[in-house]
Structure formats: structure tokens, C-alpha cells
Design a protein around this ligand. Structure first.
Ligand SMILES: Cc1ncc(COP(=O)(O)O)c(C=O)c1O
Length: 194
């Protein structure tokens, strides 16, 4: 289980508008089935987060070991403040000149070794991997990719195609010719060979 569960009496619970049963009913009606719930037999209804914790509708606190978005913790006040300020100012295309964009790139690259001095800003890990494929293919003029067993690269079409655990023998998809599979070094999992 990726969550360590513990009760928190002191946590503030966000006001709940729907019962859990109503939320499940609406979800089944309006959210695509391909986006499967975690813990389907008894799904968690998460109503808020703080730091390393998430809280359900009854105030039960969970140590969040599953999200990879909140790198500095859920609802970090500085991130919330900066995000709210930017949204209240302008949220537009990176193809316009904007000081925050170039200054953010400058700050990030100042922490990197030479010659890493150029940034592409993206919205997600999937986009980053998709862009990485495009950059590599543009540079090498080749299409080939090596993917490791059990690798997950995101949900965009280009990265799903090189997503190794889709190529399993039990009804998985055919591995594209341009994609080679490699074993995960030192892994403890049972290998899936396709
Ligand atoms: C290794 C890895 N690559 C890519 C992704 C996709 O990132 P995102 O969900 O931000 O598109 C994830 C997300 O879990 C990931 O763990």
C-alpha cells in the first residue's frame, strides 16, 4: 500500500458537498472509465492536502507517497501565493516576452553544470518525455528508442508507444520495431518478456 494511514483529530476538513456515494455515482456517469480509481473496492475521497499529507472527507490523514506533483508538499504557501499572483496577473503563451519566464530559466540554469543553460518549460512529465523524444530524434535523425522493463513515461501517444509494460504477452500491444527493450538493472520484480 503506498499510503500509511493514520487518524488526525486536529486536521481541518474541507466542507463536503456530496456524499462519497454521490461522488462515485457522478464519477461513473461523467468521468472516462479508462481513468481507473485507486483502491477500487473502497476508493479514497481526498478533499485537501497539506505538506506531505492528504486528508479524506472524514479528516483521516494519509502520508502521501504516490503523488509526484507536489514536490515541495501540498499547498505550500509560497507556491500558492506565487501561483495565485501569477493567475491574477496573466497566464498566457510562452511565445510572448515576459520577465518571469526568463528569470525563472536563469535561476534554474544557475543551479546546473555547464553547458546546461537552456530551458523548455512544459506542463507535465508526459510532455517533458515527449519533448525529449522529439529533441533526440531531431538531433540524431533516428527514431530508435530503448525502454526498460516496467518503465512508465507518461500518457501521451508518443510515450505510450514506448511504454514497456504494455507489451506483455497477455493481450498487450505489439512493440513498435523502433523500440528495443532492456532489463531493469538490479530489479527484484518478475520480468515480463514480450
Ligand atoms: C517516471 C514518470 N515519467 C512520466 C510520468 C508522467 O508524468 P505526468 O503525470 O506529469 O504527465 C510519471 C508520472 O507518474 C512518471 O512517474
Amino acid at each position: 500500500m503506498p499510503f500509511a494511514q493514520e487518524q488526525s483529530k486536529s486536521s481541518t476538513v474541507a466542507s463536503e458537498q456530496l456524499s462519497k456515494t454521490e461522488t462515485i455515482k457522478l464519477r461513473n456517469k461523467h468521468i472516462g472509465q479508462a481513468c481507473q480509481l485507486f483502491y477500487r473496492s473502497d476508493p479514497l475521497k481526498i478533499v485537501r492536502g497539506q505538506g506531505q499529507y492528504m486528508f479524506d472527507e472524514e479528516g483521516t490523514r494519509y502520508l502521501d507517497c504516490i503523488n509526484n506533483v507536489a514536490h515541495v508538499g501540498h499547498c505550500h504557501p509560497e507556491v500558492v501565493r506565487a501561483g495565485a499572483l501569477q493567475m491574477a496577473t496573466i497566464s498566457t503563451n510562452n511565445r510572448f516576452l515576459h520577465d518571469e519566464l526568463v528569470q525563472c530559466a536563469q535561476t534554474l540554469t544557475s543551479k546546473m553544470p555547464e553547458p546546461l543553460s537552456v530551458c523548455f518549460f512544459v506542463n507535465s512529465g508526459s510532455e517533458a518525455n515527449d519533448l525529449a523524444l522529439r529533441l533526440a530524434r531531431n538531433f540524431t535523425k533516428r527514431q530508435d528508442v530503448i525502454t526498460l522493463d516496467h518503465a512508465y513515461h507518461g500518457h501521451l501517444h508518443a510515450v505510450m508507444e514506448v511504454f514497456s509494460y504494455k507489451f506483455n504477452p497477455s493481450g498487450g500491444e505489439k512493440k513498435p520495431d523502433y523500440c528495443a527493450r532492456g532489463p531493469l538493472p538490479g530489479h527484484l520484480w518478475r520480468p515480463v518478456h514480450g
